[in-house]
Design a protein around this ligand. Structure first.
Ligand SMILES: [Fe+2]
Ligand SMILES: [Fe+2]
Length: 278
């Protein structure tokens, strides 16, 4: 394939709607979520009207990815408790579950693992909305899913390059695409009118020092991504563990003991999410 322009790549990524793999209900859902003026009631009604979607949402809300395992029994209650922005992210997480499973073995586990660790760190640091950061952890590698779905051959080449060359998947993507998964994910997040904090977490999770509006949340997601890779949970496209951004280390100043404690706390939740099939 001739090297595509960044605009051509962006156009294809934003046309994710047209993918034949997306079932009708999810297309409708994405259309709903894209509307910046959508209300909590509309979302709740839509989710409740589809039993399979409703049960997936409930399974997700009650999983250790969020902070309320086993405590939410209705879609309405979940939506109200979590708030619009978190629910939008959660719905997208539910939506991309199939796609993640299909696109890269282990990426779902990597994403859930990152979400779990991110919530633990956010709570530990006294952050008021740890769920928001959970969603960032869950969706940070969304761009990989989209690139794989739209360009399976090229992405396969990138994964091959990462495997034999011992490089990160992000570096290998650069050889095959004019932009990496972080940019691709951010384009979709913007197209779907995601909250700016979430878009920031997706766009800058490998360069948290560049985050614009959610520098703290982005740093948490970045650190969680590295920690969950180090823990060897799931698969994100390469076997390496990238270094933690120096500014992020400086910000949290975790000792080895702190990191051990965070990962120990994550173990139970990871065990519980192992069977999390939506
Ligand atoms: Fe990433
Ligand atoms: Fe990742």
């Amino acid at each position: 394939m001739a090297r595509m322009s960044i605009q051509a790549l962006r156009d294809s990524v934003e046309r994710i709607y047209t993918l034949p793999v997306l079932p009708g209900i999810l297309k409708k859902l994405l259309g709903l979520v894209e509307n910046p003026r959508v209300s909590l009631n509309e979302i709740s009604d839509f989710v409740s009207s589809d039993p399979s979607l409703a049960s997936r949402v409930l399974r997700m809300v009650n999983s250790p990815v969020y902070g309320f395992p086993g405590r939410i029994s209705s879609v309405n209650q979940g939506v109200i408790l979590l708030g619009l922005n978190v629910v939008k992210g959660l719905l997208l997480g539910v939506t991309v579950f199939d796609l993640m499973q299909r696109s890269m073995v282990g990426l779902w586990e990597h994403s859930v693992g990152c979400a779990v660790v991110a919530r633990i760190i956010a709570k530990r640091m006294g952050f008021k909305e740890p769920e928001e950061i959970s969603v960032g952890g869950l969706l940070h590698d969304l761009g990989k899913v989209i690139l794989i779905l739209q360009f399976p051959k090229e992405y396969g080449r990138a994964m091959g390059l990462a495997e034999v060359g011992g490089r990160t998947i992000g570096e290998a993507e650069r050889d095959c695409f004019p932009a990496n998964h972080a940019s691709a994910g951010a384009w979709v997040a913007k197209k779907w009118s995601f909250p700016r904090n979430l878009t920031d977490m997706i766009e800058y999770h490998h360069k948290p020092h560049l985050a614009r509006v959610a520098s703290y949340q982005t740093a948490v997601v970045h650190l969680s991504d590295v920690l969950i890779r180090g823990r060897g949970y799931g698969f994100a496209g390469d076997e390496g563990v990238p270094p933690v951004n120096p500014a992020t280390w400086e910000r949290f100043r975790f000792t080895k003991e702190d990191v051990k404690k965070i990962l120990a706390e994550a173990e139970d939740a990871l065990e519980m999410t192992k069977g999390l099939v939506l």
